[in-house]
Design a protein around this ligand. Structure first.
Ligand SMILES: [Zn+2]
Length: 292
């Protein structure tokens, strides 16, 4: 049974190959098409012979380097935004072979599959759901501030080990869950909620630089960490915050404690993840980087 499962999984791998030069040396790009959906983290593995000295990837106009993989080759870590429009995402690889001035381009076209996210109904005090103009203005100011922090792109990759869970506890709301607040459909859940008692430690999922420390209307006391190479994480509803903006934090270092500040029904950590601005499932970021 297990054997059949493994073989089935192997057939899920899509393969692109192009000859690199006259000698016929080939570049291989592989990924798992079953994993491609909105909110997913998709590692694309590029394997090439020694006569290639650099590979870069370009997604949505952003160019980025690949990560050497312990399993061989290099990996482009691609995030598909939860709100991605259209049913494909092209990933361009720019290959630079030795002894050739001209780069070679290879495009992997990811086909986005539909995914059924679960749905959840919540009752909140109407003052937290139906916002007056002043609160709406505050929410949009907060949103601008958060987006600004998430735009940070440290050129250095501060992380080498994989991403870790920032708090102990069970996941109470998964990423992408469709939400109905007081019977009105609202935007889907953009992170994972980890239920934990007030005061439990919240640790940075990986090393990086703190780009936001704020007290926001919806997400409460919030921290954003830029891990470099386009990966950022967000921690919301904190009770206390023990870091400041601009501070370097190591993987597992304390950021603050679990609380229920902002729009929250009880103490929990809301943990968000972003890859070059694409809002992705943080649990997938943890899984996709586990081998690093
Ligand atoms: Zn949440």
């Amino acid at each position: 049974m297990i054997r059949t499962g493994r073989i089935a999984a192997l057939f899920q791998i899509l393969l692109l190959m192009i000859p690199l030069n006259a000698s016929g040396a080939k570049v291989r790009v592989t990924w798992n098409p079953a994993a491609v959906h909105r909110g997913a983290v998709v590692p694309l593995r590029v394997e090439f012979p020694g006569d290639l000295y650099r590979v870069e990837a370009v997604v949505g106009g952003e160019r980025f380097p690949l990560i050497p993989s312990p399993q061989g080759g290099q990996v482009a870590l691609v995030g598909i935004d939860l709100d991605h429009q259209g049913d494909t995402l092209p990933v361009l690889f720019r290959l630079r072979p030795y002894g050739s001035r001209e780069p070679r381009d290879l495009v992997a076209e990811l086909r986005i599959r539909e995914k059924d996210f679960t749905s959840q109904s919540l009752s909140l005090p109407t003052g937290m759901v139906d916002l007056d103009r002043e609160k709406q203005r505050r929410v949009s100011r907060d949103s601008v501030r958060t987006k600004e922090a998430l735009r940070a792109r440290a050129k250095e990759r501060y992380w080498s080990a994989g991403f870790a869970r920032p708090a102990e506890g069970r996941v109470s709301t998964f990423f992408g869950t469709a939400r109905v607040l007081n019977r009105v459909p609202r935007s889907p859940h953009r992170g994972v909620d980890i239920a934990a008692p007030r005061g439990s430690p919240v640790k940075s999922a990986n090393s990086g630089v703190v780009t936001l420390v704020g007290d926001l209307f919806l997400s409460g006391r919030t921290v954003v960490v830029d891990h470099g190479w386009g990966v950022s994480t967000l921690y919301a509803h904190l009770d206390t915050i023990t870091v400041r903006e601009g501070q370097f934090v190591r993987r597992g270092e304390l950021l603050g404690t679990v609380g229920s500040t902002g729009r929250a029904t009880g103490p929990h950590l809301h943990f968000g993840a972003f890859i070059r601005g694409a809002n992705v499932d943080p649990l997938q970021l943890i899984r996709a980087t586990a081998g690093f």
